[in-house]
Design a protein around this ligand. Structure first.
Ligand code: RIB
Length: 285
């Protein structure tokens, strides 16, 4: 029977995103001017926690931030939405993670992350509430994710972003791996023998879900006017996990995740994920 509401633990990163909007990206060695700059809460872990919360889940964020002024700013949206932050740790001597992001007129982005406290998130800072599912990404050490997943049978979603070699131990514990096309090419060879589900996202062309070498679901994205694609994968990851844990069949869960991600790109910043009511009210252009 599906738990109601589902309990999701997100073990991952928190960043403050400094976003420069530019007409086009500069070439190497080129200076361009005329950008406008905004600060937004971000980090893949925080974005996914908020997206799951907006879909009605009880969400616990397990993360490390700096003991600095940026921490509160980075967590503002989660605080407001009611994500449980009791398992966040604030580390002396570290900065809160910082992401420098360029967003072009087409809504595409380029991101450089200075991880700060995210990289210092070790087993010592980890305490885990009882949850139905854990969601993790690769902006924190993989050993910490393995430790979080050890000793419980929570469903484990791993968003393999940013790309890095995957720990075999972590893969063996993973139930759902989420990758975009670039990440899929990078980790493809490591997935031999992987028995979980693999969700691959194709941007505006939707997503597929495969298991055991077979496609079990495919969904299109509705056409929307993209303003900022940053965080679309985070919304997708959270929505797919919440849907599957709620007991939706794979096709319905994938369609909902594509719709949630599409709505998120119509808003600036990485935390534009929709509520359940906004999903229901969506009408295509
Ligand atoms: O997935 C988008 C996120 O990647 C941004 O919010 C940024 O902080 C980086 O972690």
């Amino acid at each position: 029977m599906k738990p109601d509401p589902v309990r999701i633990g997100v073990v991952g990163s928190v960043n403050l995103d400094i976003v420069a909007s530019v007409r086009r990206f500069p070439e190497p060695g080129e200076t361009i001017t005329g950008a406008s700059v905004e600060r937004h809460p971000g980090g893949k872990g925080a974005n996914q926690a908020l997206a799951a919360r907006r879909l009605g889940a009880d969400v616990y964020l397990l993360a490390c931030l700096g003991a600095d002024d940026m921490a509160g700013e980075a967590l503002a949206g989660l605080t407001q939405a009611g994500v449980n932050l009791d398992f966040c740790r604030y580390l002396d001597g570290y900065n809160t993670g910082l992401a420098l992001i360029w967003v072009s007129d087409e809504g595409e982005n380029k991101i450089v992350v200075a991880p700060g406290a995210n990289a210092a998130f070790g087993e010592d800072q980890l305490e885990l509430p009882h949850v139905d599912a854990l969601i993790a990404q690769l902006e924190i050490p993989q050993d910490t994710i393995i430790a979080a997943a050890r000793g419980n049978n929570a469903f484990l979603t791993l968003n393999a972003a940013p790309v890095r070699p995957l720990s075999r131990q972590l893969l063996e514990r993973t139930d759902l791996l989420v990758v975009n096309e670039i990440e899929a090419r990078a980790v493809g060879a490591e997935l031999t023998g992987f028995s979980g589900m693999i969700a691959t996202t194709y941007g505006r062309n939707g997503a597929s879900l495969r298991q055991g070498g077979r496609e079990i679901a495919r969904a299109q994205s509705p056409r929307v006017r993209a303003v900022d694609t940053t965080g679309a994968g985070d919304t997708f990851t959270a929505a797919l996990t919440v849907g599957l844990i709620e007991g939706l069949d794979p096709q319905a869960a994938l369609e909902r995740a594509c719709l949630a991600a599409a709505i998120s790109v119509t808003r600036p910043g990485a935390q534009g994920s929709p509520t359940r009511e906004e999903l229901a009210a969506f009408t295509p252009d």
